[in-house]
Design a protein around this ligand. Structure first.
Ligand code: IDP
Ligand code: MG
Length: 137
């Protein structure tokens, strides 16, 4: 069994598609083992995206991630990390395959509906950023 972290970003929460996105996970064999709706602080968002700190879009990314509440979820299943990445689609929704979350629910590369861990190693780090083991069941 593998775990990965998903974040439903402020654009998708504002659109009212939390349920539709969580359904994609459950319908594709991923188990929701922890989930929480929350408002990220600027400090939270900067720390979470620290790997992108030097990128030109970092400021916009942080501003966007704190523009409204998000839903942070731990998904569990065989190959959970890759399955979630496949369900998400490409970073730029215009390049995302038909039927993916980003193709269906996202407008542009800045407001692209979901985050997903990009490796099993990063998933463990990202899960620990938001949840303790007793939150996960
Ligand atoms: P990912 O979310 O598909 O893993 P990353 O490369 O890790 O993509 O980038 C993190 C987030 O930063 C993206 O989801 C997107 O919101 C934003 N981002 C990435 N590249 C760009 C860009 O070129 N312009 C604006 N925002 C970007
Ligand atoms: Mg990424």
């Amino acid at each position: 069994m593998e775990r990965t972290l998903s974040i439903i970003k402020p654009d998708a929460v504002a659109k009212g598609v939390i349920g539709k996105i969580l359904d994609r996970f459950e319908s594709n064999g991923l188990k929701i083992v922890a989930t929480r709706k929350m408002q990220l602080s600027r400090t939270n968002a900067e720390a979470f995206y620290a790997v992108h700190a030097e990128r030109p879009f970092f400021g916009d990314l942080v501003d966007f991630m704190i523009s409204g509440p998000v839903v942070v979820t731990v998904l569990e299943g065989k190959n959970a990390m890759q399955i979630n990445r496949d369900l998400m689609g490409a970073t730029n929704p215009k390049e995302a395959e038909v039927g993916t979350i980003r193709a269906d629910f996202a407008e542009n590369i800045d407001a692209n509906a979901v985050h997903g861990s990009d490796s099993v190693e990063n998933a463990a780090i990202e899960i620990a950023f938001f949840f303790s083991e007793r939150d996960i069941s």
